[in-house]
Design a protein around this ligand. Sequence first.
Ligand SMILES: [Mn+2]
Length: 245
Amino acid sequence: MRPRIGISCRLQDTGQFTQPIMGVTRSYIDSIIQAGGNPVLIPLTEDTELLRESYDAIDALLIPGGEDVHPRFYNEEPHPKLGKTCEIRDITEIQLIKWAYDDNKPVLGICRGIQVINVALGGTLVQDIGDQAPSEIQHRTPDSKAMWDSGAHEIEIAKDSKLATVIGKARLTVNSLHHQAVKSLAPKLSKTAEADDGTVEAVEAKGRSFFIALQCHPEMLWQRSSDADWITLFKAFVAAARLTN
Ligand SMILES: [Mn+2]
């Protein structure tokens, strides 16, 4: 049996002839399949008992990209440039992350994933980088055609991190599509990568078998030949999930 990798859904309003979709962006599903895992969609719900059944049926948890986390979950008022939020997704993912942390179930967070993980474990967020942490670096690449490419900015990975072991490099160029970032880091987390302006680009949980979150989008990077090595991150994640099942 392949390890079952739970991926939390997003709720997407759609067009005139389609009802709202609760689902997962294809690139995350493709990444897990390519790495040898079995992607399992986790519906958003405030029914904790139902959510626990979904959680108990997975070997690892992937938190994908998406909307901003509502600042009420870290006791701040909304900034005027706060983007779209989705309360049921915040509630669902914060619960899943707390359970997975307590149980040492493998976790991979991507983009929104690093942000909601930091909030779930007690940290706070920069609500808008442009207003609250202005920088020369473009963290939200404006060109929609190029935005998934790796050329946005470089990151420096801490040598003693699990991410460095998996990726095998200390410095590399990534894509960047975020306007929020980690502000105060949750005490249970360590910063394991940063951009040259100090923006937190990756974190790990101390004392956990596999608990990594990144601000960039490796689920898109590995699909380009120049960045194909990024699949090793998903393979390491699935391997960690295999040990738990
Ligand atoms: Mn960035």
